[in-house]
Ligand binder design. Structure first.
Ligand code: SF4
Length: 233
């Protein structure tokens, strides 16, 4: 089996639920999505806050974007809720097995005290929170998979926080908290099992839908989108 399919993760499940064919292009064909400036800013900001340094991609950014990252850091540090307590682990990477043998892999940005409780924290940045629905759809599985993996490992269900910093038009912070229950985990297990079945049987059914295909980075490769004439090539 392709090494990249040895385990399941939040991003794989997101792609699978959007369209199994997208998962195929990314993980079987290995076609990388084009890295956009917004993603480079996000990674650079992440490294700055979690590791206290600038990453390599930081240097590729223009002066304006570099100062934008400084402003994002200032906005976060001004935010009263951003008072992380005792850190247990940063960038905590581990994998666990589900009952059916599927390996789930996660990398938790921050595990430890946060907002007066023990929690899993993910630091995120995004362009503009007016696009919150879009942003949330992109990231909505992490609040489930991360606590789920931690629960499988330790038997404890921890709350999950997104700490989101936007940079357009001005840096701003937003916080989101999710407390999962065992019922949430049951639903997640069903979705992960479907993903694992697709991996095992190498079935990557395309699920073309106009809006999804128009935003899909793989539309040029995808015959299903072409057949539907969502694009003229
Ligand atoms: S273009 Fe549409 S059908 Fe093809 S992979 Fe993307 S979302 Fe799926």
């Amino acid at each position: 089996m392709n090494k990249k399919l040895d385990y399941v993760s939040a991003s794989k499940l997101r792609l699978f639920l959007e369209c199994p064919q997208k998962l195929y292009y990314k993980y079987v064909e290995g076609i990388e999505e084009e890295e956009k400036t917004v993603m480079i800013i996000g990674k650079a900001f992440h490294e700055r806050i979690l590791e206290g340094k600038n990453d390599e991609a930081f240097e590729s950014l223009s002066k304006t974007y570099k100062s934008r990252i400084d402003e994002m850091q200032e906005a976060l540090e001004r935010e009263p809720l951003w008072k992380p307590g005792k850190l247990e682990k940063a960038e905590y990477e581990f994998d666990v097995k589900m009952k059916n043998g599927t390996t789930v892999k996660v990398i938790i940005d921050r595990l430890g005290e946060f907002n007066g409780e023990n929690a899993i924290v993910e630091l995120k940045s995004t362009g503009n929170l007016q696009r919150w629905d879009w942003w949330f759809a992109e990231n909505s599985l992490q609040p489930y998979i991360y606590p789920y993996a931690y629960w499988l490992k330790t038997g404890k269900i921890l709350p999950f926080y997104f700490v989101i910093v936007t940079f357009d038009p001005k840096p701003k912070c937003k916080f989101f908290r999710k407390q999962c229950t065992e019922d949430d985990f049951k639903l997640l297990e069903e979705q992960l099992t479907l993903l694992q079945n697709s991996i095992d049987t190498e079935m990557w059914a395309a699920d073309p839908q106009e809006r999804k295909c128009q935003e899909c980075p793989y539309f040029r490769e995808c015959p299903a989108a072409r057949q539907k004439e969502y694009y003229s090539f």
